[in-house]
Design a protein around this ligand. Sequence first.
Ligand code: PLP
Length: 392
Amino acid sequence: MAGAEIFDNAEIKAMADVIERKMIHRYGSHAMRNGQYRVDEFEEKAAAMTGAKYALGVSNGTAALIVALKGIGIKPGDEIITTPFTFIATIEAIVACDAIPILGDIDETLSLDAASVEKLITLKTKAIMPVHMFGVAADMDKFAELGKKYGIPIIEDACEVVGGTYKERYLGTLGTCGTWSFDPNKTLTVGEGGIILTDDEALYRKMEYYHDHGHVHSKEHDRGADAKSGLGVNYRLSEIQGALGLVALDKMPMALGRLRATKKKILDAVAETGITPRPMNDGEGDTATHVIFLLPTAEAAKKFAAATKEAGSPCGIIAENTWHYAKHWQALEDMGEQEFFGTKTPSYALETMAKSDAILSRAVMFGLNIIMDDASVEKIITAIKAGAKAAL
Ligand SMILES: Cc1ncc(COP(=O)(O)O)c(C=O)c1O
């Protein structure tokens, strides 16, 4: 879950090299670089790994979402449909563009339910943002179909699933564009960082310019001579993060291999208990950062949680997770039913999330780390067995 636990000499060497060369910034100083551009290399490596035509490094996953929305041309008052089960950054990115978050329902995979999204599409809908949560893909075939049917861009928030796949394609490469995060709680970390993946050259160029004050980048002249394509912001990635990102991508297969082996060990050990793992749209591509079960009722989930606590390895009930569930965000609720750039926002009160709430109240979760000692894994197994006995 937090890639810093596998930092070693490779990260130290990568950072030291950037500092020794005194080239910690991404753009400009071309004559002093000896052709070395770490953010460029990080982007090229992410694109080569995923098969995306373009990858843009930005300062974090939230910035990646904002830049993606700006890139596709989101305007004040536009409606963007997304999920109530996400990190608040998804909503903040929409609001940062003065657009209106419209929340669909989730299904038992805990992903945005495409059928619920279709019912919410209006003439003001300008993007759909499925979020791949806790390691696992949303149903991207259905979102691709919706995008095509209504001519609406699909922005995948793949911030939590770096390295995960859907039908053997990397998450983040299936929509119009997709975002990755490398913050300290993601598959792998560079401290803070993000990547946007896309196959659309025109969109890539808009995002590239917007993320750096509208500058039209060139290695042919000094940075001060860059032309300007329009207004933008500063969401640049530094060469230190780029250098760390190169190491992170090298370590990705090892990190995912470890997470997946740990998750398999846990699920195999509790297979006989009768407890139901979270259904997945594509289990092969799971980044295995979380072990999640769906209990038959909210009451059963509470009994399960109490027993796991007693056993010394407490799970979380996802409905109680204040970081990842919109019902806990007062600031969002306060935005409900207000005039907003000529459009009225919907209600964001709990009753509008009843379907998602019923599912998240039954969902219990354990987080995994890349490095976990056998004792911690055994403790989770023991806790799940105790939970299942108490709840089923
Ligand atoms: C689903 C989701 N989207 C976006 C973000 C934002 O990423 P960052 O922390 O890099 O800004 C996060 C981070 O927690 C996330 O979980």
